[in-house]
Write a protein that binds this ligand. Structure first.
Ligand SMILES: [Fe+2]
Ligand SMILES: [Fe+2]
Length: 350
């Protein structure tokens, strides 16, 4: 070691004792020219998720003081210590059995429910009883009270999408159980869907989000109609679930999309600084992520990490493919951190 290096090492040590650090200690590779993520592209098979839920069915109790939720999280192998699906978002699958109540609570994390199968369950968000049907999207904005209850006959399964790791990184997680075992259903809640292109002027505190219910029976015909027009080069036919209160993203931290690829349709390749969690709601296809093909079919989920080139293809010659997805662009855009690039070189070669 040269004398100069020895002196710097000694300086570093002296500074460290005072909780001070020289910027020269940052390794050269720690300042990449382009965004770099530890999140890995990955696909989870429906059969594995479903089997896990069935096995947990009789072993996990959702009562208060027990597990409270029968939920499986999708863990990204690149950030496995976090047990999250990406560095900003979580996709989990929840099952509730007839007669069960997942007890009420609230938290600073925002949540979405995308309903996959079953009927007769409802979620109560701040007193609004929302009966779940396949393909519906239901919002639980941050800090709203919510419980799930099942009045039907078959087990019910849905996706829980949350911003947990983002809220965790800001160190503002708060969680509170409801003071009673059940939440009352209120009759005076308004369904924002009734307002159409208008929104009520109220004296209530300015809210950024509401417990909204986007029904599949309303969404699907619009998506089909969209798919009769010109496709988007990177998305096929896609719609964002907007928040009618603000005209902005689905929730302040999350944006949800529904996307249709017509039989045989292929998109062009692009990349962006947002991360996207996908769920194949119907059909089957392939998404190529940084050169690696991920084949998906109904029920599978996958993640496209930030700044990874990706393109989608519907492999069926007869059937539409429909992807539900959730992305973290709303936490990037306000700070000028959202970037998009494309078209890239086609990676499909199928
Ligand atoms: Fe919750
Ligand atoms: Fe994309």
């Amino acid at each position: 070691m040269s004398a100069a290096n020895a002196n710097i090492k000694e300086l570093d040590q002296r500074l460290a004792e005072k909780w001070i650090s020289g910027i020269w200690r940052i390794p050269a590779g720690a300042r990449p020219a382009a965004p770099k993520t530890k999140v890995l592209p990955h696909l989870w098979k429906w059969a594995d998720v479903y089997e896990g839920l069935v096995q947990a069915r009789d072993q996990i109790n959702v009562e208060r003081g027990a597990a409270e939720r029968r939920t499986l999280r999708l863990v990204n192998p690149g950030v496995k210590d976090m047990e999250m699906t990406s560095h900003t978002m979580l996709f989990a699958f929840q099952m509730i059995q007839p007669g069960e109540v997942a007890p009420p609570h609230r938290h600073t994390m925002s949540a979405i429910r995308f309903i996959l199968r079953g009927s007769g369950a409802y979620t109560n968000v701040d007193g609004a009883k929302m009966v779940m049907e396949d393909g519906d999207l239901i919002l639980t904005p941050q800090w709203s009270w919510h419980e799930h209850a099942h009045e039907g006959a078959e087990p019910m399964i849905w996706i829980d999408g949350l911003d947990v790791p983002f809220i965790q990184s800001l160190q503002v997680i708060s969680f509170e159980p409801y003071p009673e075992n059940r939440m009352p259903v209120r009759s005076d809640t308004h369904d924002p869907a009734n307002y159409g292109m208008t929104r009520p002027v109220t004296t209530a505190e300015n809210k950024l989000a509401a417990p909204l219910h986007y029904r599949w029976r309303d969404i699907y015909p619009v998506l089909k109609h969209l798919a009769e027009g010109e496709p988007h080069p990177y998305e096929g036919y896609a719609m964002e679930y907007v928040n009618p209160l603000t005209g902005g993203s689905t929730l302040p931290t999350l944006s949800c999309w529904i996307q249709l690829l017509r039989p045989g349709q292929r998109t062009q390749s692009h990349r962006h600084t947002s991360t996207v969690l996908y769920h194949a709601f119907s059909g089957n296809g392939t998404t190529v992520i940084d050169g690696k093909p991920f084949h998906w079919e109904k029920g599978d989920s996958f993640v496209v990490p930030l700044w990874h080139w990706h393109e989608h293809a519907n492999l069926s010659a007869a059937e539409d493919a429909i992807l539900f997805s959730m992305n973290d662009a709303p936490v990037l855009k306000p700070f000028g951190l959202y970037r998009e690039e494309g078209p890239g070189k086609s990676q499909l070669g199928l």
